[in-house]
Design a protein around this ligand. Structure first.
Ligand code: DGT
Ligand code: CA
Ligand code: CA
Length: 608
């Protein structure tokens, strides 16, 4: 998933400028040239150009004269084999400025994780390019997960052995105590649960904990298995090929580490008390404590073995039984955070939460025209196959050069292409949009006469992440105040384990969005999941419409919408709180409000 945010990139090599211009700098210049060659190769640049840098690097390393000294004396560089005018200019630039503009540009255009990938034994630029372009892998963590899912072995030039070697090399460099994105962990957990369910004597296996509550990040995997005493579950479990280290193993429980360092806690439960165990191990801890207090108030005792009155067990077999014994309806796992769900359940006011099938369309997606991987038509057909009726095409705008952002002319061409394609598509309508860059001062990256021709304008921050809180807030307030602004995409710009959320006054943004009828996005990309659940709930309470978008960069990405919906459920969103649950015609009349869109319009939409 290309994600060209222009975030600061870690240098591939650390080069102190002071070390240049004195001593022997040839080796350092050569390293920069090697680096440039690697980066060009990642970009799939012209092979002759790549080779020129590699050859020049070799020449430099073999030199006996010190080029920096020659330059310092103001003398011309000697004629060197393989180093023409252009490369001699680069050498001059490096020696005199300590930097090389091409090198900086290349570093800035590629996700910073790729540099770390290159440092893993066994991975050169060619292979990293495959990992990145074919599987969307751009961090060491994603590499580990893909290796565990055995997706790497199938790439050209990889195979099973290399996959295993890469996994073990990558694991050494990865932090053990980080929380991982839900979407990356879920397939691993599901695979383990399927494996457990096939063990003879196992009645069922369920993924519990934060995964079942669909939290955006997951600390570890918890799995429950229903089986009679004596069934050999844990012994089979630790034989699973994903298990790297066994921490604890007994007859009814095991804790292991997967290759990525992720922990898995397994509990074997007697079928008669499975429901009570499921409630307990699904959590959250805060929810458990709150329902235990509720039990106590009723003179009952609640534990992972059931609901008891004195020593008599009242309920334990199913979750429904357990909640019923506490005079509560069953509460969906996404709400179990003790954020009012118990009170709402008692008052019969639990929300009718949004479901994936409520989404009629998706309002944020990219094509090959900017940094996506597929054509307009492919994206349209994939969205339709995912059950959607409309899709807004929102490629990046011009200032995001790393993503080949569109200028006005290219966008106008795309509008024509969409019109033509809409004439042919059946049951799917493309909407014309853009993901316009919000510039540092809060202005938008394209002129009004262009923006005014679109169905919708999605705006987002992709640069200047580190402004002061005041500046950042003012920037976004100004952006959403723009007459054509429709949806603020990934409002906090966090990337899980990579970038902190923007420092801004989100409540002020939400308030202003509510006043002027601007929508906020819940972005479903696994590393984004932005807005967060609590803030999304607050936005809803303030009357802001939320748009749950995939931000798809390739056809497979529409499956991510499921995670956005899960986060929306955690935010207590009902279908009417979400813009893209509307039919195409209702959406279009909302969008036509354009510049004079007002709060009443949102309210009238909310009442439908
Ligand atoms: P995580 O792993 O950090 O993403 O979050 P969880 O919620 O999966 O937490 P975890 O794995 O430590 O524990 C799984 C569930 O077990 C948790 O959701 C509720 C339950 N649990 C764990 N510790 C306690 C506790 O001290 N008291 C109660 N009442 N429940 C607990
Ligand atoms: Ca857990
Ligand atoms: Ca756990």
């Amino acid at each position: 998933m290309p994600r060209p945010d222009g975030s600061p990139h870690a240098p591939l090599l650390t080069l102190a400028p002071s070390s240049l211009g004195q001593g022997t700098a040839n080796d350092e210049i050569a390293s920069i040239f090697d680096d440039i060659a690697d980066l060009l190769e990642l970009e799939d640049a012209n092979p002759f150009r790549i080779r020129a840098y590699r050859n020049a690097s070799r020449t430099l390393r073999a030199l006996t004269v010190d080029l920096a000294k020659i330059i310092a004396r103001g003398e011309p560089l000697p004629k060197l084999s393989g180093i023409g005018v252009d490369l001699a200019g680069k050498i001059n630039e490096i020696v005199t400025t300590g930097d090389c503009a091409l090198h900086s540009r290349l570093r800035a255009t590629l996700p910073k994780g790729l540099a770390q990938l290159l440092s893993i034994a066994g991975l050169g630029p060619k292979r990293v390019r495959h990992l990145y372009h074919d599987l969307g892998i751009e961090t060491v963590q994603q590499l580990c997960l893909a290796a565990e899912q055995r997706r790497i072995r199938h790439l050209p030039g990889f195979g099973e052995k290399l996959e295993a070697r890469l996994l073990s090399a990558a694991q050494k460099g990865i932090g053990k105590d980080r929380r991982l994105p839900l979407a990356h962990v879920e397939p691993l957990a599901e695979r383990l649960a399927c494996y457990l369910e096939q063990i003879p004597g196992v009645e069922q296996a369920t993924v519990a904990g934060s995964l079942r509550r669909m939290r955006d990040t997951v600390g570890d995997i918890d799995i429950l298995v229903a089986a009679a005493p004596g069934v050999e579950v844990t012994a089979q479990f630790i034989k699973h090929p994903d298990v790297a280290t066994v921490l604890v193993q007994g007859p009814t429980r095991a804790s292991v580490l997967l290759g990525s360092g992720l922990q898995v806690d397994l509990r074997v439960i007697e079928p008669a008390v499975y429901g009570a165990a499921l409630v307990y191990f699904t959590g959250s801890k805060a929810h458990n404590i709150a329902i235990r207090q509720r039990a106590q108030k009723k003179g009952l005792k609640l534990s992972e073995y059931g609901v008891f009155k004195e020593n008599r067990r009242l309920a334990s077999g199913t979750e429904v039984d357990v909640y019923r014994a506490l005079d509560l309806p069953w509460i969906v796992p996404e709400l179990r955070e003790n954020r009012g769900e118990i009170e709402a359940a008692l008052a019969n006011r639990l929300p009718r939460l949004i479901e994936s099938s409520d989404l009629k369309g998706d309002l944020h997606a990219h094509t090959r025209e900017s940094d996506g991987g597929n054509s307009l038509e492919d994206m349209a057909l994939a969205a339709q196959a995912a059950g959607l009726q409309y899709l807004a095409i929102t490629d990046h705008s011009r200032s995001l050069r790393v993503a080949h952002g569109l200028d006005g002319d290219r966008l106008l061409q795309q509008i024509d292409q969409i019109d033509a394609l809409n004439g042919r598509l059946q049951g799917m309508t493309l909407l014309k949009g853009v993901e316009v860059d919000i510039l540092e001062d809060g202005s938008l990256d394209l002129p009004d006469d262009i923006l005014g021709r679109l169905d919708l304008v999605v705006g987002a921050v992709h640069s200047h992440f580190n402004l002061t809180r005041r500046q950042q807030t003012r920037r976004l307030l100004r952006a959403i105040d723009h007459r054509y602004f429709t949806i603020l995409a990934h409002p906090l710009c966090r990337l899980i384990n990579e970038r902190e959320p923007l420092n801004l006054d989100l409540l002020a943004i939400i308030k202003s969005a509510a006043e002027r009828g601007c929508c906020l996005e819940l972005n479903s990309q696994p590393q984004r999941m932005d807005l967060f659940d609590l803030q999304c709930q607050h936005a809803k309470d303030q009357g802001v419409l939320i748009s749950i978008n995939s931000d798809a960069h390739r056809t497979a990405d529409f499956s991510q919408l499921r995670f956005g919906v899960a986060q929306a459920r955690r935010a207590w969103l009902e279908p009417h709180n979400v813009l893209n649950t509307r039919s195409l015609s209702t959406l279009k009349s909302f969008l036509r409000g354009g510049g004079d869109r007002q709060t009443e319009r949102v309210q009238s939409l909310c009442q439908r």
